[in-house]
Design a protein around this ligand. Structure first.
Ligand code: TRP
Length: 337
């Protein structure tokens, strides 16, 4: 909890997550758990990035459900709209508006160098749409609209944040100070959760092998089964070490879930076999996720509550972001309404 005097303004943090259908244990331990902790120390603003999501084709009914479920799940994880406005991106029209403007201050060459664009245009070769290409300017708009000081991002979004900084600096350079130039927020204890089947790769729900990842909403018996099948090594020694990617990952998960250090975990399981350890990790994960799953069930059954939360947050977000948009438009030379 921050003890800062009221005169010292808290820094602004912005982050968003795409409503992709499944939020994994990796997303939770690597990012969301951290967002929840940041809420006391910073002025956090969070969003479900549903505008970003249509760069790949979405089936309307699934899409609508995924947006609401992502919203409910993040609340269940501990995002508290009393502390941190948490809205749905498409409900706040300033995002699309500033994204257009920023597109005109972003170079074709810069966007062409984005590795995510190169990867995704290979993966979806039949739908390399302009939105996929200009996605980073929309992300820049998300961040710059709230004059964010810090943006917690994983490695996969670092290049996009770098571009957002460049766009902000360029705009400020032409028109004078308009946007705060955001810094990446590097978590002190960033848990990088790897695949349970190939622990040299990040845990990802796009992995075709469903045993490679655990979803936050997976039922306990499924979680147990996936951990029992987790890939390990033949050394039969529970400790962090080279060539022990599977065990390192399980220790990392155990540590992120229980708050214990890897040394403590090693000591706890001295002389124990991998089978016992996998069951213990699964049980710890199940216990960690149980209250989240219960809250999720409660929220998703209460549409009025969810609507009230996201409307209230969108009103707040619009008020803040409109100020930045107005300022930017005035500087460019647009006529006042
Ligand atoms: N592009 C991010 C992702 O796919 C989501 C996102 C959208 C985001 N807008 C953002 C993240 C702004 C941080 C800040 O993960």
């Amino acid at each position: 909890m921050s003890e800062a005097p009221v005169t010292e303004k808290k820094k602004v943090i912005f982050s968003a997550i795409q409503p992709s259908g499944t939020i994994t244990l990796g997303n939770y331990l690597g990012a969301l758990q951290n967002w929840v902790k940041l809420q006391d120390e910073y002025n956090c603003i969070f969003a479900v990035a549903d505008l970003h999501a249509i760069t790949v084709r979405q089936e309307p009914q699934h899409f609508r459900r995924n947006i609401l479920e992502a919203y409910a799940l993040l609340l269940a994880c501990g995002i508290d709209t009393e502390k941190s406005p948490f809205f749905i991106q498409s409900h706040v029209h300033t995002h699309a508006e500033l994204a257009w403007i920023l597109n005109c201050y972003t170079q074709f060459g810069e966007l062409s160098r984005m590795t995510q664009f190169k990867d995704k245009s290979q993966k979806h070769a039949d739908n390399v749409n302009a939105g996929l290409f200009t996605y980073p300017s929309l992300m820049a708009a998300d961040i710059l609209l709230y004059q964010a000081d810090l943006v917690p991002v994983g490695v996969d979004q670092k290049q996009h944040l770098e571009l957002a900084r460049n766009i902000a600096e360029r705009f400020n350079g032409i028109y004078g100070n308009t946007f705060r130039v955001p810094d990446p927020y590097i978590a002190q204890v960033g848990a990088k959760i790897m695949s349970l089947q190939d622990p040299t790769r990040k845990m990802s729900k796009s992995d075709e092998n469903v045993n490679a990842w655990v979803a936050v909403l997976d039922k306990p018996d499924i979680i147990m089964k996936k951990f029992k099948r987790a890939v390990t090594d033949s050394e039969a020694k529970i400790c962090v070490g080279e060539g022990k990617d599977g065990i390192n990952n399980l220790i990392g998960i155990m540590s992120a879930v229980t708050g214990k250090t890897s040394d403590e975990i090693t000591a706890d399981f001295e002389g124990k076999g991998y089978g016992d350890f996998k069951v213990a990790v699964a049980e710890a994960v199940i216990e960690k996720l149980r209250p989240i799953q219960e809250r999720f069930d409660e929220y998703i059954a209460n549409k009025d509550y969810l609507t009230e939360q996201y409307r209230k947050s969108a009103e707040f977000a619009l008020r803040i972001s409109q100020r930045t948009l107005d300022k930017a438009m005035k500087k460019i030379g647009y006529l006042a309404k």
